[in-house]
Ligand binder design. Structure first.
Ligand SMILES: [Zn+2]
Ligand SMILES: [Zn+2]
Length: 260
């Protein structure tokens, strides 16, 4: 504490305070310097300053409490943020699973169709082979019998069998087994345009919008799932195997979390 004496006149006591010069002064100083200034009695001015100091201090105390709360608030905000991220992560994985499953389903369906066509065609080839084999046996046996009859048969044997044999020969020749041919189906596959696949949004888009507003952090996550594009794309290229999907054409999910 400085003594109550005047800075300029150490023998004099200070009684007054000058608002313009921000200093205490004595009566001698008043006459010499501060007469025309805005001044007052120290006792009274101090009371009004006390009030101002108290007001300032109240605001400081309130600021201290705010700063005290900050770590807790930050922790809570971070926890909420991590919760939101976890929700988004689950939706991303779930959507991915649906897309992967639908691809697997489509692959399985096409392969099943392919196997069924193969089995059908294999059966057909087998039938044609068997028919051929059977016809060959019949024709060869007829040939053997005819040869034996002509070479070794007595004239009476020939006359006895000739009529039926000729009729049988006509019959055999009329049923042309070579007409029964194997015609496998022509199988092709038009693959989806995989070069477009990389640019295609298969599961959706993640948007992170961060905004600083008067000290509050504002983040919005938008997950837009555009599976319908994906399915339309597939249907376009696999028209021969249209696969109904439980998701239909309206699969459009907007997931929005607002975090304050
Ligand atoms: Zn003085
Ligand atoms: Zn002054």
């Amino acid at each position: 504490m400085r003594p109550d004496s005047c800075d300029k006149h150490s023998e004099k006591q200070v009684h007054l305070y000058c608002h313009d010069c921000n200093e205490n002064f004595c009566l001698t100083c008043l006459t010499a310097v501060h007469r025309s200034h805005n001044y007052g009695e120290i006792r009274e001015v101090a009371d009004s300053f006390r009030q101002r100091i108290n007001d300032d201090d109240e605001r400081i105390v309130s600021a201290i409490s705010c700063v005290h709360e900050q770590p807790g608030q930050t922790k809570r905000s971070e926890e909420e943020f991590l919760c939101d991220v976890e929700d988004v992560r689950k939706i991303v994985l779930a959507t991915g699973d649906i897309v992967k499953r639908s691809v697997d389903d489509q692959i399985a369906d096409v392969l099943t169709e392919l196997e069924s066509v193969t089995a059908e065609s294999t059966d057909q080839a087998k039938n044609v082979q068997e028919t051929c084999q059977q016809a060959l046996l019949t024709l060869e046996s007829f040939h053997t019998y005819s040869r034996e009859l002509v070479d070794k048969g007595r004239p009476s044997d020939v006359t006895r069998a000739a009529h039926d044999l000729h009729e049988r020969a006509e019959e055999l020749l009329n049923s042309d087994v070579t007409a029964v041919e194997y015609h496998p189906p022509h199988v092709t596959f038009t693959p989806a345009d995989v070069t477009q696949m990389k640019r295609l949004t298969l599961i959706g888009k993640l948007a992170v919008i961060t905004q600083e507003q008067s000290g509050r952090s504002f983040a919005v996550f938008v997950l837009t799932v555009i599976c319908d594009l994906y399915f339309k794309h597939y249907k376009l290229h696999l028209k021969t195997f249209p696969l109904p999907h439980p998701l239909g054409d309206y699969y459009f999910i907007i997931y929005c979390i607002q975090k304050y």
